[in-house]
Design a protein. Structure first.
Length: 280
């Protein structure tokens, strides 16, 4: 029987809040046992226990001391098992209150962090402080800003940890911005020149930054993001393969099939079947 993924897009369940703290085992308002994609950011801090999760088709084994960052649009599925910890969920709008950090700095190529124990404990304690502030019976404007400031410390810590793995901070920020723009514009922008124009950056500079940070060219990253979005739609969209091809602005189903075949060695039907097999 064909699966129905039409209700897989998830919004933050608190419409009047920009920031929410929940325990890892909270009662989700949606079916968390099915793959879904959020329209908000989520930081997962695993204090202990074991479980598994898939983030954009990559499997991760949950263990104590881990932190994960999930950005809007990524496909997510978690099998919590015995894992426990906290979730920090926040809308993109919140970045208006925590400048100079920007949302694109959280579009990490790798969502997993394993900080040293003292750093993890500090992040976990900060999450607890945020939760205490948000639970106040009368949440004042100052308390909200304090909570946002605490979140800023968490996010800056994650950015700092990723920057240590990159050649320079400037390169890292440039690549993070590109990853953000890819996620937001992949339906309409497919050329390196498109992104260089959006970023007011030369192709040589952007290619050098990407090669230094990720070992890939800009065009390779564009094709990876396009293939990733194809996989997401194959899993979550009720559209037919032909409709997905036109949804992604391919000029014909044949070119759509040729792109998939050249990057995976599979036909669209075979690729979709392999993806659905993962999430059975």
């Amino acid at each position: 029987m064909e699966k129905d993924y039409r209700f897989a897009n998830v919004t933050l369940p608190h419409p009047n809040s920009l920031l929410v703290i929940e325990p890892l085992d909270y009662s989700n308002p949606y079916d968390f046992q099915r793959p879904h994609r959020h329209d908000y950011f989520e930081i997962i801090c695993v204090e202990g226990g074991q479980g598994t999760q898939y983030i954009d088709f990559k499997k991760f084994d949950l263990a104590g001391g881990q932190v994960y960052n999930i950005y809007p649009g990524q496909v997510h599925l978690m099998h919590r098992g015995s894992a426990y910890g906290v979730l920090i969920q926040f809308r993109k709008d919140l970045f208006e209150f925590i400048k100079p950090i920007t949302h694109d700095q959280l579009y990490f190529n790798n969502p997993a962090f394993t900080p040293d124990q003292s750093t993890f404990n500090r992040l976990y304690d900060i999450a607890g402080q945020i939760k205490d502030l948000l639970l106040q019976e009368e949440l004042t404007t100052i308390s909200k800003y304090k909570a946002y400031s605490y979140l800023q410390i968490v996010l800056l810590t994650l950015v700092e940890m990723k920057d240590k793995d990159s050649l320079t901070i400037n390169n890292s920020q440039l690549v993070s911005l590109l990853l953000s723009l890819l996620s937001e514009n992949i339906y309409s922008c497919r050329k390196v020149a498109d992104y260089c124009e959006l970023m007011n950056c030369s192709q040589d500079k952007l290619n050098t930054a990407c090669k230094n940070a990720l070992g890939k060219t800009v065009l390779e990253l564009i094709h990876e993001e396009l293939l990733l979005e194809i996989r997401r739609l194959f899993l979550l969209s009720p559209l037919s393969l032909k409709e997905i091809a036109y949804e992604l602005n391919f000029d014909s189903p044949a070119n759509f099939s040729a792109f998939i075949k050249s990057h995976t060695g599979l036909t669209p039907t075979e690729l979709q079947a392999s993806i659905l097999e993962i999430y059975k």
